[in-house]
Design a protein around this ligand. Structure first.
Ligand code: AMP
Length: 652
């Protein structure tokens, strides 16, 4: 991959649209009070007291929260903090799969539904906690028999199928570190993650369903893994075993079938005792360098955090049916499809496929049929549903739906108000925003059901969070002024390092000394509500997915006709942002519609459909600083019709 060094440059100059947003936010239009029943039944009835407790005695506060998790050995010390290092629950031992399954399967919840799954083609499966226990144990034993054990990395390239969740929990059970790669990613994205993690095993599915079509995943796997020598086993979950379908053929001796490697009667699997600070998973995300960033989350603090926030923020109770429309390939899928809700013994509902296929009302039909109580979704999805009109959800009985939480990108007031009216209006439910990141693994800022919702603003810091807005030198900024969003205290559920690249981890705490810099620009109002206005670095957010400009530029550079490229995000009504690429061609290449398609296809194959540029403009040269750095800001301002400034001054 083409790499550029981690950039120290954060662009704190607000764009015209960000300035306009701040002045609009100052007016606080359309404030929505919380529904009385929701506020009355809120898990955190008095968030101020909880916040004060966490501030005055962080160790005491998190120690109490940790009691909600089962430990094999109690911890010696809740927190040791010496920036950039922080360790939580040192000396404690636990196993995440025991917390998510055994403690329910061995008690009164054994016959309760843990997972209800629906495929895009209508197939349905149900797993009680008892069945989930047996499936996870069988697969955990199969992995152990292959020689996979504590600390080994296992990459999972599977769509949202029960086997994907079982694979994650089986890794957790035997202490292997899973790294789920979103099954929509392309060959190079998968290959670079296999190499960086040093994976010993890769678990994949042969195909996924998307808009009624079978999308084969095996060819991507074959091409990605072919020359990765660390991978000893490729375990294929073959779905093509329905009548008339031949199972996908194996390519090499290292390939095995997901079910064939399991053995009868192996329904118990010894859980590996893990240190609280042992890694639970690596999840790759995009940064500014073009090299994937392996965010490392540990076992103890992570589980304490997601267990606490599943209840305290998302209000998930063990009697609820909870649906997250995300995917196991993203951090939401880890924290709030798998670990958080299962840890508290809730019922999770999952569906493979896009939320508007086969019809735009499929989501509401399923909400009605399954009696969904709580939902997590992305603003992009709200905007998509909004584009189909309020009629569609109004045809269904959504009276059980009491909370929809949105995260991943800014929730625009129009979509917020629409969703409040048409999706939860009939149930007196509530739409809430929350802000976090792959690195932070659970809500950090958000609107609790005891707060009024202020569309355009995310909400306030969660208990234990010490957030601030600062300028580029770290000086705190007054309310109403946009600046860098930082955290002054660590959280048990935040990353500990970047796999294979600890210096890159230290960078989070070095940009503003002794603070965690999130990379976002935000503003706070006098009531303590934060609004997140966008990134301060070269990272895009397309439909809630984080994409580094460097990733897309690097991919374009691997196309034989390209010499240079620059990528920017431009506003998109549904996706929030879409990708526009400026490309300088080799002298031998000629511009044609076929070449543009070939460039788009190339990025799609390489990185996956989410990274494919929506638009490509062929240019003779790119604007640059004198030291040769591409001026993406200049290109963006021009594209937006704003004054881009004088190129000769910007180039200095
Ligand atoms: P990811 O790590 O892929 O989840 O992306 C995290 C980034 O998404 C953040 O740094 C923000 O830029 C953006 N983001 C996430 N949640 C929100 C939100 N509620 N409002 C605004 N931006 C958000």
């Amino acid at each position: 991959m083409s790499e550029r060094p981690e950039s120290n440059e954060l662009n704190l100059e607000l764009t015209e649209s960000q300035k306009a947003a701040i002045s609009r936010l100052g007016r606080d239009e359309n404030v929505i009070p919380p529904p009385i029943a929701l506020a009355r039944d809120a898990v955190l009835r008095n968030d101020e007291i909880e916040r004060m407790h966490a501030q005055q005695d962080p160790a005491g506060f998190w120690g109490e929260r940790a009691a909600a998790v089962d430990w094999m050995r109690p911890w010696d010390e809740v927190l040791r903090f010496d920036p950039p290092r922080h360790a939580w629950f040192s000396g404690g031992k636990l196993n995440a799969s025991v917390n998510c399954i055994d403690r329910h399967a061995q008690g009164d919840r054994r016959n309760k539904a843990a997972l209800l799954w629906v495929g895009e083609d209508g197939e349905e499966q149900a797993f009680t906690y008892g069945r989930l226990y047996r499936e996870v144990c069988r697969f955990g034993n199969a992995l152990r028999r292959l020689g996979i054990g504590k600390g080994d990395r296992v990459v999972i390239y599977m769509p949202l199928v029960p086997e994907g969740i079982i694979a994650m929990l089986a890794c957790a059970r035997i202490g292997a570190i899973h790294s789920v790669v979103y099954a929509g990613m392309g060959t190079e994205a998968l290959r670079s993650r296999l190499i960086d993690s040093g994976a010993r095993a890769l678990i994949c599915t042969d195909f996924t369903w998307r808009r009624g079509r079978k999308i084969p995943l095996k060819p991507t796997v074959d091409a990605a893994v072919r020359d990765v020598v660390t991978v000893e086993h490729v375990i294929v979950h073959r779905r093509g075993s329905r009548p008339g379908d031949a199972p996908v053929a194996f390519e090499s001796e290292r390939e095995r079938d997901f079910y064939d490697i399991q053995q009868a009667r192996e329904i118990h699997c010894r859980p590996e005792p893990m240190d609280a600070e042992d890694p639970l998973f690596i999840l790759y995300t995009s940064g500014t360098t073009g090299k994937p960033k392996g965010v490392v989350h540990t076992t103890g603090g992570y589980l304490v955090g997601v267990t606490y926030l599943a209840r305290a923020f998302y209000q998930i109770g063990e009697r609820d049916i909870y649906w997250s429309t995300s995917d196991i390939g993203w951090v939401v899928g880890h924290s709030f499809i798998v670990y958080g809700p299962l840890s508290i013994g809730a019922t999770i509902f999952c569906r493979e496929g896009v939320p508007d296929y086969p019809t735009p009302d499929v989501t509401w039909e399923l909400c009605e049929r399954f009696g969904i109580n709580i939902m997590f979704t992305a603003p992009t999805a709200l905007r998509m549903w909004m584009s189909h009109g309020g009629e569609t959800p109004s045809r269904y009985d959504l009276s059980r739906l009491r909370l929809i939480a949105c995260a991943g990108e800014p929730l625009n007031p129009e979509a917020h108000l629409w969703a409040q009216k048409y999706l939860v209006g009939q149930s007196h439910g509530f739409i809430v925003d929350n802000w976090w990141q792959t690195e932070l693994a659970a809500p950090v800022l958000g609107t609790l059901p005891t707060f009024e919702a202020r569309p355009g603003k995310v909400g306030k810091p969660m208990p234990g969070v010490v957030a601030d807005i600062v300028d580029a030198t770290g000086k705190p900024l007054p309310d109403g002024q946009g600046g860098l969003l930082v955290l002054r205290q660590p959280l048990p559920y935040m990353l500990r390092t970047i796999w294979n690249d600890d210096a890159r981890y230290c960078h989070y705490w070095n940009q503003i000394p002794n603070c965690y810099t999130a990379g976002d620009i935000a503003v706070r109002d006098a009531q303590g509500y934060y609004a997140v206005l966008g990134r301060a670095d070269d990272v895009l957010n397309v439909a809630g997915h984080r994409i580094g400009t460097a990733d897309v530029e690097g991919s374009l550079l691997r196309h034989p006709s390209v010499v240079e490229s620059a990528v920017i995000g431009v506003p998109d009504e549904i996706k929030g942002e879409r990708i526009k690429a400026f490309v300088v061609l080799r002298a031998t290449a000629t511009v044609s519609p076929a070449l543009i398609s070939s460039l788009k296809d190339h990025v799609r194959q390489d990185l996956g459909p989410i990274a494919q540029p929506a638009e490509i403009e062929i240019v003779a040269s790119l604007p640059k600083t004198r030291s040769g750095k591409i001026l993406r800001r200049y290109l963006k301002a021009k594209e937006m019709g704003e004054d881009p400034g004088d190129l000769s001054t910007l180039a200095d």
